[in-house]
Every structure is written in C-alpha cells, then in structure tokens.
Design a protein around this ligand. Structure first.
Ligand code: ADP
Ligand code: ZN
Length: 328
C-alpha cells in the first residue's frame, strides 16, 4: 500500500487531500512497562527521530511525551497520523466509550488514564491505538521477517509476557485485545513456586517475565548462570504457552524476542525442545519440522517495538489516503 501510494502521490503540486497524507510522515509512541519511545518515521519505516522516556507515574511520563510530540509537530508540518502502541490492558475498541483508556493495571496511577486523549489532544491528526505487541507484529508484517505471512505470532518476554497473534493478516480481537501471556499452563512436576502475577500467580507471565525471574531467584537476572535450572523452568512455561498458540491458531512462524530472551539466548533451544516434547508429534507441518526457523528472533530486532506505532499510523494514513483517492 504505502510504496505504491508513496509513488503515486509524490507530486506535491496536486491539490487533493491524498497528497498531504501519502507524502507525509508518521509519529508514534510506544508505551512500555519500563520505557516509552517516541518515534518519527517515514511511511516506509525509516526512523527519522527517536526519543526515550522512562515509564514512571502518568503525570510525570505523559507530559514528557507530549512535549516531544508537540515539538515535532511544531517543527514539521507534514505529520499525518499518530500511532500509539501501549502496554495492556487497554481499551482498543473504537466503538466503546472507554476507547483509549488503560484498564486495570498494577502500574501505579495508570488505571483509567485516557492515553489517546492525553497524547493526541491539540495535534490535529487522527490517532490510532493498539497493544505494543500487536503493533510490533504489524511492523514485522510490514517491514520485517513476517513480510508475506498472514498467520504468525510475535512473542515478547520482557517486563511482561505479550503476544501479538496475527490471524489472516490481522491481530485477533474480540471484545478486546488478547492477553495470551496470562494463560494458565501445566507446571513442571514438583515445581510449586506460586508465581508472581498479581492476578493469577503462576500464569505464564507470573513464571517467565523478567520480574518473575528476579523474584524467584532473589537476584538480578543478569547474575544468574546461563546453565542454572531456572532457565529450564522459564523455557518450559514459554513452551507451554506456545503449545496452546500452535494448537489454537497454527501460526506459520513464531517470532520470539524481548529483554529476557535477548539477554538469555540459551532459552531458544530449551523452548524449541520443550515445545516439540509437549506437542509430542500430534500436529505436523513443514514449518514445525524446521523448528529453528519456526521459533526465531524478530526480523526488526529491537526496532520491532518502536516501529509498532508507526505501522499502526501507516495503516491509518493509508486508509485516509485511499478514500479521497478513490473519489478523485
Ligand atoms: P519492556 O518489557 O519493559 O518493554 P524489555 O523487553 O527490554 O522491555 O524487557 C525488560 C526486561 O528484561 C526487564 O524486566 C528485565 O527483568 C529483563 N532483563 C533485563 N536484563 C536481563 C538479563 N540479563 N537476563 C534476563 N532478563 C533480563
Ligand atoms: Zn497473569
């Protein structure tokens, strides 16, 4: 969409609405559990500017993000859309009165904050919202390792466990976005540690996210030996989640990233082995047979997150251009 649209609309002298949209650039905000990233990028995913803000209380963090956005919008007149990719839970249903608001979260002060209103007010461009992982998955589909794939999963193991599950080209979505990181799973025999999720105890996030590893081991994750048995427990929990995802949606590939995975690459072979053991040959596909390609790091690496809101904004700007163009 964007490539063709970009070429077609390159003529700045054309006076239709579409010119402004398709030749313009996009702004994005990725709201993460630890940090937020503001991004300015072209519709082809080339990052022009990127600024990081720590995720603290909303009355500290949001004004800092707004200041960055307003400075960009004042210096550049060609920004056509704002994408917001946020930690969950967040109301992503545009028809809902709560659209744009953060749901119940243990993050102090964030419950009920209207992030769309807060971040887009006064900018004069349309805004779009989805979860951080759905955004990252769509960025992988647009510019990364998932180009050409309509069914895949983007999984991140970081401060939380998040999954962007793309089915038939779009993130799965019902009354809200999915929260696959909180699924309950069978435990390793004899492992009775209660887990750290404030809602579910030993859900996947409660067993495999960074804070859970720190809580269970009593030390910084970076100090734990790479052959410590805790990594088998973490890998087992992630593999159990992947077992359920494989059987639910039969994704053609699973991209696995996030701070924990990036710092602990020894988890890859553990997860692949545990997944195969768990599936026990029940499903077979050429994709699953090539397990090293099947469970693989994201193509955009650490840029998958920041490009997430840009992918959302690109889709929104694309919609906005298509309508006037079709009329013209
Ligand atoms: P976020 O999930 O906040 O968007 P990241 O994906 O970068 O950010 O993940 C950050 C998490 O990674 C932190 O919660 C931390 O516990 C974990 N982490 C950082 N360094 C290591 C490490 N060396 N080993 C394991 N986990 C780590
Ligand atoms: Zn949970």
């Amino acid at each position: 969409m964007s490539r063709r649209g970009h070429r077609k609309w390159r003529n700045e002298s054309d006076s239709t609405v579409g010119v402004v949209m398709a030749t313009s650039i996009l702004a994005g905000v990725e709201l993460g559990g630890t940090k937020c990233v503001c991004v300015l990028a072209t519709p082809t995913g080339e990052i022009l500017a990127q600024e990081r803000v720590d995720t603290l209380a909303p009355d500290v963090t949001l004004p800092q993000i707004k200041a960055i956005l307003h400075q960009w919008f004042e210096t550049r007149r060609d920004i056509s859309a704002l994408g917001i990719a946020s930690f969950g839970p967040v109301d992503v249903d545009k028809a809902s009165p709560g659209w744009g608001k953060i749901g119940q979260t243990p993050k102090a002060g964030w419950t009920g904050v209207d992030i769309v209103q807060e971040l887009s007010a006064g900018l004069g461009v349309p805004a779009v919202l989805d979860t951080d992982v759905n955004g990252a998955a769509l960025a992988e589909m647009r510019w990364g390792a998932a180009v050409g794939l309509a069914d895949f999963a983007y999984v991140t193991i970081g401060t939380g466990v998040g999954v962007g599950l793309i089915v038939d080209g779009a993130p799965i979505c019902g009354f809200g976005h999915a929260e696959l990181g909180h699924m309950r799973i069978p435990r390793v025999a004899g492992d009775t540690w209660p887990g750290s999720c404030p809602y579910h105890g030993d859900c996947v996030e409660g067993l495999a996210a960074g804070p859970s590893i720190i809580s269970r081991s009593g030390m910084r994750a970076s100090l734990i030996a790479t052959d410590d048995p805790i990594w088998t427990l973490v890998g087992h929990a992630i593999a159990q989640m992947l077992h359920n995802i494989v059987l639910s949606a039969t994704p053609r590939r699973i991209f696995l990233g996030g701070g924990v995975i990036t710092a602990q690459p020894q988890l890859f072979p553990i997860i692949r082995r545990e997944l195969q053991a768990s599936l026990n040959g029940y499903v077979s596909s050429p994709e699953l047979d090539r397990i090293e390609e099947y469970i693989t790091p994201p193509g955009l690496g650490t840029l998958a997150g920041p490009l997430g809101p840009i992918a959302l904004a690109a889709a929104l700007a694309g919609q906005a251009t298509r309508r006037p163009a079709a009329v013209a």
